[in-house]
Design a protein around this ligand. Sequence first.
Ligand SMILES: [Zn+2]
Length: 412
Amino acid sequence: MSNIIIHAKQKNILALREQRVIELALEHWHNITCLNFERRDDEPKGNRIVFTDVDGCASNVGKHPLGEPQFVSLAPECIRLGVIAHEVAHALGFWHEQSRPDRDYYVKVRWENIDRDSKGQFLKEQPADVDNGGVPYDLGSIMHYRSKAFARYDDLFTMNTYISDYQRTIGQRDQLSFNDIRLMNNIYCQNTCSRKLPCQRGGYTDPRRCDRCRCPDGFTGQYCEQVMPGYGADCGGRVQVGHTWTRITSPGYPAEFREGQECSWLLVAPPGQHVQLQFYSEFEMYCKVRHSLCMDYVEIRNSTDFANTGMRYCCFGTPHSSIVSATEDMLVLFRSFYRGGKGFQAQVRAIPHTGSWSSWTAFSECSASCGACGTQHRTRECRPPNAYLQGVSEKVLTFFHASSNKKLTFGL
Ligand SMILES: [Zn+2]
């Protein structure tokens, strides 16, 4: 067990209500890791976390090398569970998620949109300074900046996710993600349990309760073998999908769902096939448009890693993406923490295994002679013929031949 000593700094003693929220945030970290926090009202020697309110929401990263205290500053606007959990994570050694050396594979930093004095906030850490505990980059981490953090002007994006459907996943401060907790446990609690359980779906042995697994959102049971039951509604579950469309919706759709309701679906295609999902008709989940951030959401996990946060859909207006799972399974999480609303409706089906593209044929002859506007086209095939692939099977070039015949412009 790791013991961490905390105390509030005498000169800047925080109000009772604020102390209570800090205690709740520490209790949260306590419940989900092997970490124990001990409150001290005297001034002990050695490494310790000291809470003050002198410097906005801020913390140093990691243990002080000379045994001095680590200061965590929580101004009144930072007294929220998620923000405190974030600052405490810094004190325990966490950098910001987008400081990871591998961040460029997940987000593109828009340097041109960052406030001139804040560019340093977006530097990457050196690989030698980061222990990622074997946990992959998580766009839903509580340590990730939001889309428009430190922008020159309010509405500019300073980070774009490479897969655009993850844009509204980044920047949440509501809860520790499964991977935030897993990282803390990998670093501090590796040897807490004598036996490792055969956890499924990316779960791992819970260091607080060594007889069961800690499961990614959407899964439960001793070994994460079950889909989480609906909360506040009879919804979700394991759904076997076939080649005809099946419909899933938020509770009561098209009537409004109620705040607090949760549903989890595990959509399963036949062996070797994939799940396809499309939203249709009215869609509404509460979001912060200004920050491009979901507060309530439908989250879709379609990669091979079900432990990592997925693409979150929210705000008003039907998402147009056609989403395909990388495996036979797709996980859909409906989470309404803040408000009721219209919700969502989607159709899902199984599609055949993915094929591969043949090479392009040569371009056909231009359909017009010089001086006119014409097209050329070429094609490729998806193989085998009943397989599924994203992309186009025909490309058309349109040429506008200038009469001088020197200048060519074309569009694809
Ligand atoms: Zn921070």
